[in-house]
Design a binder for this molecule. Sequence first.
Ligand code: BES
Ligand code: MN
Length: 462
Amino acid sequence: MNDLSSALAHFESHRTAHLNSLKELVRIPSVSFPGFDPAPLKKSAAAVSELLKKNGLTDVRILDTGGHPSVFAQWTEAAGKPTVLLYAHHDVQPTGREELWASPPFEPAERNGRLYGRGVSDDKGGAILHIAAIGSYLKSGGRLPVNVKVLIEGEEEVGSTNLNKLLLQHRELFSADIVVIADSENFDSGVPSLTASLRGIVTVNVEVRSLSSSVHSGTWGGPLPDPVIALSKMLASLLDDQGRPAIRGLFDKVRPLSTREKADLAGLPFNEDIYRKQSNIADGVQIIGGEESVYEKMWNLPSIAVNVIEASSRKQASNIVNDCVYARVGIRIVPDMDPSETLELLENHLLKHAPWGVKVKIEAENPSRWWKTDTNGKVFEAARAALEKGYEKKPAVVGAGGSIPFVQTITEALGGAPALLFGVGDPYSAAHSENESLLITDWEKACKSMIHLLSGLSLDGL
Ligand code: BES
Ligand code: MN
């Protein structure tokens, strides 16, 4: 048997053990958001580091980024072969409304071929995929077909600000010829997918205030500007009646799709019923935003979301005029939109639409840039072939609406190194929502693809 078939055989006989490692990792509530206990992030970094060691890596380090720890490991004994940097993240989103989970978010549970739990698909399943692929080689033939660096981040869900800084300070540590990111998702269940673009994101925290403290809405209501209504007007002005972003100038820099890209989009299967089911849109609610296809709207056009509105609470819903209201607003950005310019457009738009002299405070978060790759060349071909072997199905090449802040920074730092993006989730994975899940057979196929990919990237003269 050659190294590849030994590795594949090793994976076959150890997949339950790897799945159990995933479950162990999911039990650690590594929520990276501010205000959450940071201790579990240390625990999950330690757990990842132990798994890397258990799977045959000896140079394993916990990186103190200044924020939540990332884990780095390397194996560089494949003289003359390319170096591949494997990335995933071990931090997760908050649980959302716990009462909506069918089983507790941090107690992994299998139902109907899916594994449920926070982070199973985004992105602990991706982290274990890299670890399993490496272990399958090192624990069978004792060597890897390429040099490997592994980076499992602890702060992806909060924007990777610290990691991106660290990366620019320690370029040599992260130097590689190819980057493989396991943090996107499949176009559909069982359909292997290579992601060729990511949107970026700019986010603002908005506070609108009209009173120094809340007052009785009967006694005082009428002459006083209600800050919640003021904010509602501001937010409502973000979309036109068709549901298209209505910020003046927002589309000015959007790069038009090429004829080839348009044809690729048009070639993707679209079924409105399936789309409605996957996106969870309620019956009778319209798909908005104009004529373009949903894929173009999700992957190639900017979109606006209000993630949070907070003023008083349902529990304390008393008859008051609130003193202030808070909202968090995000715009997904696409080539060639500039993050700072977009921020400025958004801020100015909100300020301009604030009625009645209400006080508006806007704070921007660190933006994430968009990313787009060329889908030609040996490396991309190797990825197509590897996914086809792992899934026994031709891969789809897709865009993604989500953001991964590290991707643009690392590829740039490596002088335009090719990056390959795929993931273990599917449209039913409910990433960031309640009842996040992972189709276990797809995760296994993705692991096998990763084993094929390491061997496929063992190219000479890249
Ligand atoms: N894995 C997602 C991003 C993603 C989802 C890429 C689907 C491709 C397909 C990632 O963990 C994520 O959610 N990122 C954040 C980034 C933000 C905090 C800067 C996002 O997109 O909201
Ligand atoms: Mn992710």
